[in-house]
Design a protein around this ligand. Sequence first.
Ligand SMILES: Cc1cc2nc3c(=O)[nH]c(=O)nc-3n(C[C@H](O)[C@H](O)[C@H](O)COP(=O)(O)OP(=O)(O)OC[C@H]3O[C@@H](n4cnc5c(N)ncnc54)[C@H](O)[C@@H]3O)c2cc1C
Length: 512
Amino acid sequence: MRLTADVVIIGAGSSGSVLAARLSEDPARKVLLVEAGDWPSDPDIADPLKWPALQGRDYDWAYRTVPQTFTAGRIHEWARGRIVGGSSCLHAMAHVRGHPDDFAAWAEAGGADWSYVALLPHFVRSERFSGPARAGRGTSGPLDVRLPGEDVSPVVRAYMEAGRSIGAPTLTDHNSGPLTGTALNSLTVRDGRRLSLADAYLTEDVRARSNLTILTSTVVEMLDIEGGRVSALRVAGPDGRAEIRAETIVLAAGAVATPLLLFRSGIGDPDVLERADIVPRVPNREVGRNLQDHLLALGNVYRAKRPVPPSRLQHSESLMYLNSQDVRRADGSPDIVLACVVAPSVAPGLEAPPYGSAYTLLFGVCHPTSRGRILPRGPSPSDAPIIDPQYLSTEYDRETFRAAFRMARRVGAQPALDEWRQVEALPGPEVETDQEVDAFIARCASTHHHPCGTCRMGADPDAVVAPDLSLNGVDNLCVVDASIIPRIPSGPINAAVVAIAEAWADRCARPA
Ligand SMILES: Cc1cc2nc3c(=O)[nH]c(=O)nc-3n(C[C@H](O)[C@H](O)[C@H](O)COP(=O)(O)OP(=O)(O)OC[C@H]3O[C@@H](n4cnc5c(N)ncnc54)[C@H](O)[C@@H]3O)c2cc1C
């Protein structure tokens, strides 16, 4: 079978859903969206409280890292959605644009179009914010962004008060200007249900467009390259193998699968490809490099004096972004983050107090400097990748993590939490020296689920994609997903991924 389109988008995750909806607004453009997974059918996906339980189900790619030297040799599980909606069907629904300064690094890499000011209209266009309308907030976009109210846990209220008592700024929310301070998490939910990017953008009306075709349960196995262009996509779907031809190919398979598909197609560092038994076709040495992720430590756990009521939102209801040198500072990009989970949240291998008897302060680093790598293990789509994030491999990351831990403990000890705190259960008061703290962090630092950067965007010749997101070395191939991020923003990255897709689609709509 052979299919044709003007544009084919690979992956119907956060970015792919936005791209398919926006690009098919032009009825003259024939758009084909190809997704390895199926439409969601598990009712648990819609329930915000069930998000931690979704990992490992059959719509999770369930990647694993290689053992990490600086996290006690542990292998880390990396959930990624294999479903229409992609990782936005599994994620924790926190909507954080990032600090405006975060995008200075993007602008430095790719020019002024990637500054916060240039991206702001795209954030605004995507959002439907439930809070007060004001400049810089979107109120009519497809993606509901809800600020919780009465349903916030009393433990979280006390934790926010504890933040105030150490001098941390209090914010109305994390997307109205400054990021540094404490705020309730804005959530991408509608009527109490998760709103994946597919729910938000691939609405019934959009799916009914005659110029949009969505192929599900169809894996793009590789791209054929001829004369510096992608001549065809080889796919495997429910009806067997097929070939797709298109003028423009947009890779939106996410920070793990996008570099892997490039590798399988012979695009990458020739040495890396040969080691994996893949014939090199287009040298592009940085594919798979520059891998970044946030770690969040699970966690500084407190046994409670009285039963902890279960969360009515998604367990982790507030983030506190701080400057570890000066908690009162409201300006500038934060360097550490704390989060309050209304449950015991502990890493595998550590003993958790029973549910309902404890709460947890998670802690992490906003701008890790460790850089890792994704490599192919072999030429087949079924070959598991080699994922090596090099977690905590820099002194900066280890030192800042220690500062984040000490800040969590400081917040946890505030009188505002006296009515809840019985005793620190983890790591326990005996853990005090830097060495002891480091050992605890190594055992409990876990992914915050934000891998990105593996197809770095930049104006320099070594960048994987150019500032217009076209792949260096192949004429009709672009990457538009979390892989293009040159430097990870301070917080969760889904909002930024959506803005990337909105910005790229907008540029396509403008006359050349
Ligand atoms: C458990 C978890 C919690 C998270 N929590 C948050 C949060 O609270 N807030 C936040 O901002 N971010 C969060 N994230 C991160 C966020 O969800 C991702 O950064 C974002 O969804 C990435 O979007 P993407 O488009 O790059 O990739 P994805 O959304 O992962 O989409 C990629 C799509 O491509 C498909 N695909 C891959 N390979 C192929 C192929 N060969 N052929 C066809 N299709 C293919 C995949 O099946 C998938 O649907 C979380 C993620 C996880 C997993």
